[in-house]
Design a protein. Structure first.
Length: 346
């Protein structure tokens, strides 16, 4: 039977109590420390622990490893997370945490175990976002242990994530912006690129955008949904936050482009094969095709047996089109292009 010991007040304001739960071969006691914020809570936790110990219900719980509990947490205790988020947490745990402490028993873990992992990620150049998510997932696993009386406190809760200066997002060059504006009619991704650049649409918002959301008469676009990918399949959901629901003013510069577009689908940027929402691979293929088109339009050439590829313009991502610098410095380019076309028509 467990032998109780006196409770102690700690420097952090909490209370602790050690319970002798057995003896080592040399006769020294094996003790379990119980923690709580109040004396009443401490006595209650100690009594519950002693009862579980007497009935043998702690033996299997205390043998559970971090990897075992992490797998259970990802599978059964993240009901409100999207499939994408769940997959991301699972990957962070499997790639960074489990290889180091996955085999450790939950009850043997210390704060420095996770801190060392986070510090290693810092040295390897991982983003602060990835490190924060790794800590959140690992601490949530221990929170599950806390809820099930395997632990009495979450030792990962106070692990620190170092500040990492984020890399500055590169805006488009003047060459890229001008090329995009001057050649938009030659590729099916030309108009979508204009919308992202002039209206600041995210990729998911663009792919979910219908022509019913585009009001050229009142010069506004309504954003109320976005595409999220689960593996390769597209799912349309409401924005993640209230700020995601918004109305965007359409610049005069691209009104003619929107009005002249042939509307073969209810979507502004549909799949060529189905007319529906693009899959992840379909969008990637369309974007690569668009970048190739821009390079050729800029004077570049494909590689051949006798000649290397000529890259006349650097490729860019869809995300770069949302850069504030782009949105505030491209307006005159399109207007100048329109003016030139109008002058030439006469």
């Amino acid at each position: 039977m467990a032998a109780p010991s006196k409770r102690k007040s700690r420097a952090d304001g909490n209370y602790s109590k050690q319970i002798t739960i057995g003896r080592k071969p040399d006769g020294k006691p094996i003790r379990k420390t119980i923690y709580a914020k109040t004396i009443k809570e401490l006595e209650q936790r100690a009594a519950e622990y002693e009862q579980q110990l007497r009935h043998g219900t702690l033996s299997s719980n205390e043998k559970i490893t971090f990897a075992e509990l992490a797998s259970l947490w990802v599978k059964d205790y993240t009901p409100n997370a999207s499939e994408k988020t769940r997959k991301e947490y699972d990957g962070l745990l499997k790639n960074h945490v489990n290889p180091v402490i996955g085999g450790y028993r939950i009850i043997d873990l210390k704060k420095h175990d996770l801190q060392a992992i986070i510090n290693g990620m810092t040295e390897a150049g991982f983003s602060q976002s990835s490190m924060k998510k790794t800590k959140i997932a690992a601490a949530a696993v221990l929170e599950l242990a806390l809820d099930n009386d395997i632990l009495m406190r979450n030792v990962f809760a106070r692990v620190k994530v170092p500040d990492v200066e984020a890399e500055e997002r590169q805006p488009l060059t003047e060459q890229q912006k001008r090329l995009l504006v001057e050649t938009w009619q030659g590729h099916r991704m030309g108009l979508p690129a204009l919308l992202m650049m002039y209206c600041g649409l995210r990729r998911g918002e663009l792919l979910a955008l219908t022509w019913g959301d585009v009001d050229t008469k009142n010069k506004r676009i309504t954003i109320n949904k976005a595409v999220y990918y689960v593996r390769n399949a597209a799912e349309i959901k409401p924005p993640k936050s209230k700020a995601g629901n918004r109305t965007i003013q359409i610049p005069d510069a691209i009104i003619p482009a929107l009005q002249s577009r042939r509307r073969a689908s209810m979507l502004v940027c549909p799949s060529m094969q189905t007319g529906g929402v693009m899959s992840y691979t379909a969008f990637q293929a369309a974007w690569r095709s668009y970048q190739h088109y821009l390079n050729i339009a800029a004077g570049g050439k494909d590689a051949s047996r006798s000649n290397p590829k000529i890259q006349a313009v650097e490729p860019f991502t869809a995300h770069q089109l949302r850069h504030p610098y782009v949105k505030h410095t491209t307006k005159n380019i399109f207007l100048q292009k329109q003016k030139s076309q109008t002058t030439n028509a006469y």
